[in-house]
Design a protein around this ligand. Sequence first.
Ligand code: NIG
Ligand code: FE
Length: 408
Amino acid sequence: MIADQLLTNVSQLVTAPGRGARRGAAMRDLEITRDAAVAITNGRVMWCGARTDWNGTAKVEIDAAGCAVVPGLVDPHTHVVWGGDRLADFEARTSGVTYEQVLASGGGIRHTVACTNATAAVELLALAQARVVRMMRAGATTIEVKSGYGFTWDNERRQLDAVRALSAHVPAQLVATMLFHLPPRDPRDRLEYMQHAVREFIPDLARDGAATAVDVFIERDAFSVDEADMLLRAARHVGLACKAHVDQFSAIGGLELAVQHGALSVDHLEASGPAQIAALATVTTVGVVLPGVTLHLGLRAAPARALVDAGAAVAVGTDCNPGSSPLFSMSLAMALAVRLNGLTPAEAFSASTANAAAALGLTHVGRLAPTMCADFLILHGADWRDLPYTLGEDAVDRVFIAGDELLR
Ligand code: NIG
Ligand code: FE
């Protein structure tokens, strides 16, 4: 075998085994190969195993210097295209105003929508690019990006266009999702909005491939379960995947609805209780927990421990956004999931790699095995556990995407 590159001198090569999402106790099984090597051709892994078992040649060697190597992290939930800031909300919350009060009074998300729509396209792209660069440096090599700060049809499109443009400027794989974030406040506009979404906007998205999934924020002050049902039904009808923001503040049936629609993921889950945990225990829908929100808003932590114990597949994301989670580091999200959500280091690892890929419906990232994308991180130390242990991005030394090193 002749490889383009051979990654060698790897103390531990760590990956979730198998295919697809890992669920329940299986999230703790990791495959760890000591003194390993990885052969890469055309940006894909062609072989990996114990270094002494490699009997091919390679044009280039990458020396991991005796450090651990893990798959590039997959961030399954971000909102990185935004304009303006939420610093005033942040400060107000420290004197007791809640996120929900800010939202109900017309601020919060609506403020970011106004700022985003007032930002020129080129500036919006530059802001998002700078954020994605930070995220890649912290170890994310595949990143989902939602719209949802546009509200009007043209502005939602503009956000999705920004994701497409951004893809050409960064090496990370970006996955665009259309987020139905908040409905119009006037009930008459709301009906018309729903009709246009279902009859025209969602079918158009599928036709031109601007997004691969539809996400709905299901909450008392956002879309109702019935409205979400209409939106997700329309998405499925045209072959788009479904996702939903559910149980962030209240469990009003959003999780159950999304599961019925075969959603790829249900995200947030801070207010999920025993009934919602049972509903996720045996289905393919992945539960995505977002510890940055717990930290930033002081919400109850999503019950990831109970979900894994019940047999569910759990993933972790940053939810990078200006209002509820200004968190740019997937490695920190992984580390926080251990502290705040009660995952073990191995479970948090599976949640941030293989399961996060499954939450996006992707089969070629999130693991290091033959045919997978050669997206990997060389850590600073010899033990992979430094990654969920370290609070920040310092555990990640070098980042490779499709075999190419991200330059600092
Ligand atoms: O995932 N929950 C709703 N949407 C975002 C927050 C967006 C914002 O506050 O700007 C979330 O938390
Ligand atoms: Fe979100």
